[in-house]
Unconditional design. Structure first.
Length: 404
């Protein structure tokens, strides 16, 4: 790789051992992927994971004197103030969580603790070079905003934030951003939940060999929430760093442009029966709805508003947890949604992720969620979910029983 004088100086240790370590990691990645050079990043987002390995890595960086030249936003962690009112965190998890947050703060990360920074605090423009980890965030900024980021690990994104550069390969290069399989949607995908089902069934239909689907046949009025759901679920059962929607996303004004002129792509059709099958696979279930968790990824103010409208004047039979960002919760408070949700017996939770050790009080109970990702990730916390649309989840937790 050709390095600039400054990059070489960092690698040589002239900025200190922490910067040298970060540059070594990036040079290693660059060589592995055949990058010719480093390019500056102007934004980053890190999926801090509250796991021992992540804590070890960032602690090394801090001890060696590194700090972030490009301060990144970070994924959700854990809201102590709220969760101490409902459950008990065990000592080891508490140590890792508190230490992780402390080290990220000292390294200079921006502690947004949300997984949708691309909506509010960290919104890249078209073509901007970034380093985003978190599979949902990377796919959204590439696909919907047209920014350029590889699907980074927390560690490589941290190294980019520290050095301010990233190796130029993969999705940073225009020729690698073309679609590789056409998904002809003949199904009637109308709701946010339909886009979750589409994201769930597409990787199964297109197979493991393809990673950049081009969707044809979706509405030009497709919303940001629908695209977020599609990208998130595509990465639960597949590896999809980028997708295109013809006539909707910025690098796909039409199918031909999305494939950058290539003609030899396979075509896969998704029908109403495919969505119905996906619905049967993930939404089958009856019985009690003791609790409901919504917001994986974090909900937008529009989604929170629609939930408040469904809860107006009602009392929940089960427990309701709605995950969102700090600024969205504040907006919800100003707009009266929070009062409505509280009056019904629900809560809006910030700074937190469904995939954290905060659910011991729900052990043995039955839950509903709108997110196949939530249902999948929380298996490690011994949680059982039935996946339904947001309206069906709300109706279920109002009644205490799963409804269609
Ligand atoms: Fe966000 Fe955690 Fe789900 S980071 S997307 S709430 S697994």
């Amino acid at each position: 790789m050709r390095l600039t004088e400054q990059e070489q100086a960092m690698l040589n240790g002239e900025f200190g051992p922490g910067f040298a370590r970060a540059m070594r990691v990036l040079v290693g990645i660059g060589k592995a992927f055949g990058a010719q050079r480093m390019v500056p990043i102007s934004r980053g987002h890190i999926s801090l994971s509250n796991q021992e390995g992540d804590l070890w890595f960032v602690s090394q960086m801090l001890e060696e004197g590194a700090h972030c030249r490009v301060p990144p936003t970070v994924n959700p962690a854990y809201d102590y103030e709220y969760f101490k009112t409902v459950s008990q965190l065990d000592g080891e998890n508490e140590r890792i969580l508190k230490s992780t947050i402390d080290v990220y703060r000292k390294l200079g990360a921006v502690l947004t603790f949300d997984c949708t920074p691309f909506f509010e605090n960290n919104v890249p423009r078209f073509g901007e070079i970034c380093s985003f980890s978190a599979s949902g965030g990377a796919v959204y900024v590439n696909s919907v905003l047209g920014a350029r980021s590889n699907r980074e690990a927390a560690q490589s994104a941290m190294c980019a934030a520290i050095t301010g550069v990233t190796p130029e390969y993969g999705l940073l290069l225009k020729e690698n951003r073309a679609g590789d399989v056409l998904i002809r949607v003949e199904a009637d995908a109308a709701t946010e939940y339909d886009y979750e089902l589409l994201g769930y069934c597409t990787p199964k239909k297109m197979g493991q060999a393809y990673h950049q689907p081009v969707f044809e046949g979706l509405s030009p009025q497709t919303t940001a929430e629908q695209l977020m759901n599609l990208g998130t679920q595509l990465n639960v059962h597949g590896i999809v760093p980028m997708f295109h929607v013809a006539g909707v996303t910025p690098e796909a004004p039409d199918v031909e442009t999305a494939f950058q002129g290539r003609k030899d792509y396979p075509v896969v059709t998704v029908t109403d029966e495919d969505l119905a099958q996906a619905r049967r696979e993930i939404s089958a279930g009856a019985g009690k709805a003791d609790f409901c968790i919504l917001g994986c990824p974090h909900l937008t103010i529009g989604q929170v508003g629609s939930i408040a409208a469904m809860l107006e004047g009602q009392k929940l039979a089960g427990q309701l947890y709605i995950f969102t960002s700090t600024s969205t919760r504040e907006l919800a408070r100003r707009m009266g949604y929070l009062d409505v949700i509280h009056a019904a017996g629900g809560e809006i939770v910030i700074n937190s992720c469904v995939d954290q050790p905060c659910w011991s009080h729900l052990n043995g109970m039955s839950g509903v969620t709108e997110s196949p990702k939530c249902a999948y990730y929380t298996k490690r916390w011994n949680m059982a979910f039935t996946v339904k649309s947001i309206p069906a989840c709300i109706q279920s937790v109002l009644k205490g029983e799963i409804v269609e």
